[in-house]
Ligand binder design. Structure first.
Ligand code: UT7
Length: 336
């Protein structure tokens, strides 16, 4: 029997990778297909363009992100012990997208699973992965956030189609005995009474696919934007301030807020409540739109690639999404 090491360790992020599909849909494209304008989209959301995957499913995005992670870190597929994929757009109900990624990359010693936490999915998966590392049983856990939102967006509905995009990003979690580094704290929530405001009704066991579910457009995202906006502003800001308070973090201690990228106005409101300045906020919504579970790891991958995050930086990751789900994770960055 494999023995657990009982040393106290933190889970630290030791590598990041990403994949953004090539095809870009800019705001001008949406002016041609729905009644909208570049100006409305930019000022109401902060989005300029988003990418869409033409061939393949979410496992393609996730696989390429993990391949990029392996290229950057030298991680070998057989070293990976667990793969967690946060997504709301799995290739199919089963097998899990994590299994498809495992097979695509040849991670022959890994087990894995998908985690459905919508826009908070990456935070839920990161906390789960961190707990696996902290248990002492695992030393290499890959956590992926990936969504092919274009597969569940109704491109005749202007209230949702301009918002979402496709993308994937992944982090490697490993233990550290230096408890100054890695995941320090998390506050995570869900409240299913929010189900009316943001959902996809069709295709599950309650409403299996039928001519009726297709005719009623039940296989697409539905969002009551204003309702979600109000609770998202409060939820994301409250939880971000709470994690600061409980860890005695002052605004100047925080290198970056790494927020879910749903709307620039939600991000700005959260930053204001935390008392941090604009240059302490990671933003890439302009380039990718809302990629659901991928937004936060994509922020980490972009800023790491641009050498804007340094070892020792204190980061607050924060999200709000369907469910409702929301939460924040405080971590200290370990990569040079
Ligand atoms: O990531 C998961 C969690 N999701 C979120 O956090 C999203 C939260 N919600 C939002 O980000 C915003 O509510 C939206 C971006 C979805 C919408 O922005 P809004 O400022 O809340 O717009 P609204 O829904 O209040 O609509 C204002 C107006 C309406 O027209 P009327 O009734 O005032 O004539 C809409 O029909 O804007 C109209 N509208 C549009 N106009 C042009 C809605 N979508 C569009 C559009 N182009 N694409």
């Amino acid at each position: 029997m494999r023995k657990r090491e009982r040393k106290i360790v933190n889970a630290q992020i030791t590598g990041v990778g990403k994949y953004i599909p090539e095809k870009i849909l800019d705001n001008k494209y949406f002016e041609k297909i729905v009644d909208t304008s570049d100006e409305w989209i930019r000022t109401r959301t902060g989005i300029r363009e988003r990418h869409v995957l033409e061939e393949g499913g979410t496992s393609t995005l996730a696989t390429r992100a993990v391949e990029n992670l392996m290229e950057q870190t030298g991680l070998k597929p057989e070293e990976i012990e667990v793969i967690i994929v946060a997504t709301v757009s799995p290739d199919m109900f089963f097998p899990a997208t994590a299994c498809l990624v495992q097979d695509n990359i040849g991670a022959k010693n890994a087990w894995g699973f998908d985690l459905s936490g919508a826009c908070s999915g990456f935070l839920f998966a990161l906390q789960t992965g961190a707990n696996l590392i902290e248990s002492g049983q695992y030393k290499k856990v890959v956590v992926v956030g990936a969504d092919k939102m274009s597969s569940i967006v109704d491109y005749t509905d202007r209230t949702t189609c301009v918002i979402f995009g496709d993308g994937g990003a992944a982090v490697l979690l490993e233990p550290t005995e230096d408890l100054e580094y890695g995941v320090q704290d998390s506050i995570l929530h869900c409240d299913g009474s929010g189900k009316e405001a943001l959902h996809m009704l069709g295709g599950g066991s309650l409403n299996p696919a039928s001519h009726e579910t297709v005719d009623k457009k039940m296989h697409y995202i539905y969002q009551d934007g204003q309702k979600v906006f109000k609770v998202a502003v409060k939820g994301m800001a409250d939880v971000s301030v709470e994690i600061m308070k409980r860890n005695n973090l002052k605004s100047e201690d925080i290198a970056y807020l790494v927020p879910h990228q749903a709307n620039l106005r939600i991000i700005d409101a959260t930053a204001r409540r935390m008392g941090i300045s604009k240059d302490q906020v990671i933003i890439n919504i302009d380039k990718y739109g809302n990629t659901t579970a991928a937004t936060i790891p994509l922020c980490l991958a972009d800023y790491y690639e641009e050498k804007k995050i340094q070892r020792g930086d204190k980061l607050v990751l924060s999200a709000f999404g369907a469910g409702f789900t929301w939460g924040a994770i405080y971590l200290t960055w370990s990569i040079d």
